[in-house]
Design a protein around this ligand. Structure first.
Ligand SMILES: C[S@@+](CC[C@H](N)C(=O)[O-])C[C@H]1O[C@@H](n2cnc3c(N)ncnc32)[C@H](O)[C@@H]1O
Length: 277
């Protein structure tokens, strides 16, 4: 069987099983197991598919049909133009989280800007900021030791200088920062049923679900950050669907609320608050 025939067959079977974006999924799996990019895949698609690769792809298709996200099968996800290793102990980085990066980069910086990323997961936010702002000091925290292992691996692979710490929100720090950034676990448990099965059944629950009552993690971030930010420092937090109003209501008079960052469709993505000068 040629690569073209196998690719068509795989896309068709994924489509029949209602896997989202079946063609793209098949391309990612074929590129990964053949260790080639998409251009090579199509420019050599009349070549035979080696049987050993065919078997690996068959297993991967089975996993994908059973709901495993393609990123966990291939072990990678791109974020802000860089490749991050992912596995079931970390959330798969999402494109909307890049708004946090942009919100930091658009703000003026001194050469020794100090940043802490709370709930770093794969390390995508902290590592990206350390690489984009090479003269900054970046710290990254997570409550999950397993996530921190992956985050450290990513920082090392990408050559980023990040200090990692295992802690509950900001409980173990007393230093001062210019930025506290976070994409916290914000899905209320009662909404678990509305998540895609790929997310609910495969991504770590500690990364998805708000651990307390609604907005508990935002309350803790806001309360701790006011003491840890330098005057003029910013707290930037990703928010979920329809959460802007309720998260903004937690930002009291000790803060200056800045405009929420929105995506191109106008969807609010990150709340920004500044500690007064
Ligand atoms: C939504 S994920 C974000 C991961 C990564 N920053 C990203 O944007 O892809 C939330 C992360 O917060 C971590 N986390 C959950 N509760 C925490 C807590 N109380 N303190 C610190 N980190 C926590 C989880 O382990 C998870 O890695």
């Amino acid at each position: 069987m040629t690569i073209r025939e196998a690719l068509l067959d795989a896309s068709h079977r994924l489509e029949l099983q209602r896997v989202p974006h079946p063609r793209r999924c098949a391309e990612v799996l074929f590129s990964h197991f053949l260790n080639v990019d998409k251009t090579y895949l199509y420019s050599h698609d009349d070549e035979p598919l080696p049987p050993a690769i065919c078997e690996k792809i068959e297993n991967a298709i089975g996993e994908r049909i059973s709901g495993v996200p393609v990123q966990y099968i291939v072990g990678h996800q791109e974020f802000y133009g860089r490749d991050f290793l992912v596995n079931p102990s970390v959330l798969i980085p999402r494109p909307e989280t890049e708004h946090i990066i942009e919100a930091v980069l658009e703000t003026g910086h001194s050469p020794n800007t100090r940043i802490i990323d709370v709930g770093t997961g794969s390390g995508c936010i902290g590592t990206t900021l350390a690489l984009e702002l090479p003269h900054s000091s970046v710290f990254a925290a997570d409550i999950s030791e397993a996530a921190l292992q992956t985050a450290k691996q990513n920082a090392q692979r990408l050559g980023a200088c990040v200090a990692f710490v295992c802690m509950d929100v900001l409980d173990a720090v007393s230093d001062h920062f210019d930025f506290v950034v976070s994409n916290p676990p914000y899905v209320p448990r009662r909404d678990a049923g509305s998540l895609q099965r790929e997310v609910r059944d495969h991504e770590p629950h500690v990364a998805l679900f708000d651990p307390g009552d609604d907005l508990a993690i935002y309350r803790r971030l806001i309360q701790s950050a006011i003491n840890l930010l330098k005057p003029g420092g910013r707290l930037i937090m990703e928010i979920g669907f329809a959460m802007e109003e309720s998260v903004l209501s937690l930002i009291d008079g000790s803060w200056n609320a800045l405009p929420t960052r929105r995506d191109l469709q106008g969807i609010p993505r990150a709340v920004v608050a500044q500690k007064p000068l």
